[in-house]
Design a protein around this ligand. Structure first.
Ligand code: ADP
Ligand code: MG
Length: 399
């Protein structure tokens, strides 16, 4: 990973205008946010800049207005939530450039915070338009990006703007990049990857990237069924992408060549219907799945074997649950793995980095959110990073 500047590289910024890209795309419930995790994530950066005497202008998108103004998608919708989390007043500015922004900067005192309107109200944002970025840059002395979750998009506020002003990674961005670097960039080996979830098709690029980088690839969830089918196992009525068995075989061949061991479950939990605690529930060897049965979780022996693999590893990157964890008892393997990972991390033998919407939910369900090394809540950006892609918003910071 190329080097990037952090807030530690800033000199005296008293009275300077900081343009700070943050993620304020909060899930809403009526007139206020149902979850303010994203605001909490950027709070340290905002307060640090304010304490150092900068005038902090927050730049964010909110929903998908498609390049036109929309009153319900104004960032003023989250102004109250931002103020509450920061414990400070925030001045709403209904533009991102021009005289209104200039006047607002005149009103803000050193250390004050302004919230610019939804940057996606202007078509130049998603078009990564240079003139649009220039108009915004004209108001700032420097740029800070603290929105890793938006870094997979080459938009004006994440890419073009970073090239027009001195650019710095905010504290949340810095933590995320450092954690990801320690997991797949220059990790302590051996490295294990757990990839689960519903389908192979959504994670093909992830799997292809990982086989060249990790020593152990542990496949669980619905996608394991496709790999099992590729090896000639009859998976009954399980979720399985039969059209991808050739692809699965190709991935296993590549893994072989790269010296990466692929681990598939050898016992599984099955049922004839997908419901909580069904009467047909049983555990069996993968070769004993009946025609009318579905594989809904990894079995206990395979789960123990996975834990043994992790004991020999120094680094783990995890995306995707091992089973249909939303429904009991098909959360068993995922919960057990989460507890093993938490214990190994706490003992100091494993660096564990996890991400993905359902994976984050599963770790929270296991109650181990604070016991793993790092959890990425970045969604799309996290997956693109797992695919080995260069993220434009990150590349622009290191330019
Ligand atoms: P993430 O959001 O962490 O990237 P995914 O969205 O890829 O994870 O996958 C999560 C989904 O996969 C969950 O809804 C879970 O129920 C489903 N899943 C896991 N194992 C199975 C299985 N054996 N059969 C059907 N669905 C499964
Ligand atoms: Mg998901």
């Amino acid at each position: 990973m190329a080097k990037f500047k952090t807030l530690d590289d800033l000199g005296n910024i008293t009275g300077q205008v900081a343009l700070v890209r943050v993620d304020l795309n909060l899930p809403m419930d009526g007139g206020s946010a149902s979850d303010v995790t994203r605001v909490e994530a950027v709070k340290p950066t905002i307060l640090e800049l304010a304490e150092k005497g900068a005038k902090v202008l927050l730049l964010a998108h909110f929903g998908r207005p498609g390049g036109a103004r929309s009153s319900v998608l104004s960032t003023s919708m989250v102004q109250g939530d931002v103020e509450e989390v920061l414990g400070k007043e925030v001045m709403f500015v209904p533009e991102v450039s021009g005289p209104v922004v200039e006047q607002s900067i005149g009103i803000l005192r050193d250390g004050d915070i302004g919230l610019l309107d939804n940057v996606r109200f202007w078509p130049g944002e998603e078009a990564n338009d240079a003139d649009f970025a220039k108009a915004i840059a004209a108001h700032g002395d420097f740029y800070v990006n603290d929105a890793f979750s938006a870094a997979h998009r080459a938009h004006a506020s994440t890419e073009a703007l970073a090239k027009l002003l001195p650019a710095y990674a905010g504290r949340a961005m810095e933590r995320e990049l450092t954690a990801l670097e320690s997991a797949l960039g220059s990790p302590e080996t051996p490295v294990a990857a757990v990839v689960g979830g519903a389908k192979v098709s959504t994670k093909l690029d992830v799997l292809k990237n990982l086989v060249g980088k990790v020593q152990h690839l542990i496949i669980g969830g619905g996608m394991a069924n496709t790999f099992l089918a590729a090896r000639g196992v009859d998976v009954g009525k399980s979720l399985c992408e039969h059209d991808l068995t050739d692809t699965a075989n190709a991935i296993m061949d590549e893994a072989d060549k790269a010296g990466c061991t692929v681990h598939l479950p050898y016992d599984v939990v099955v049922a004839t219907e997908f419901a909580a605690n069904p009467a047909s529930l049983r555990t069996c060897n993968v070769h004993e799945v009946a025609a009318e049965e579905m594989i809904l979780d990894v079995g206990p022996q395979a789960t123990e074997a996975l834990a043994d693999v992790l004991k020999t590893c120094r680094t783990l990157v995890w995306n995707g649950p091992l089973g249909a964890f939303e429904t009991e008892p098909f959360d068993t393997a995922t919960m057990a793995l989460a507890h093993h990972v938490a214990a190994l991390t706490q003992e100091g033998s494993l660096i564990s980095v996890a991400g993905g919407g359902d994976t984050v939910a599963a770790l929270a369900q296991a109650g181990v959110t604070d016991q793993v090394t790092y959890i990425s809540t970045a969604g799309g950006a996290f997956l693109e990073w797992m695919e080995g892609k260069q993220l434009p918003g990150v590349a622009a910071l290191s330019a």
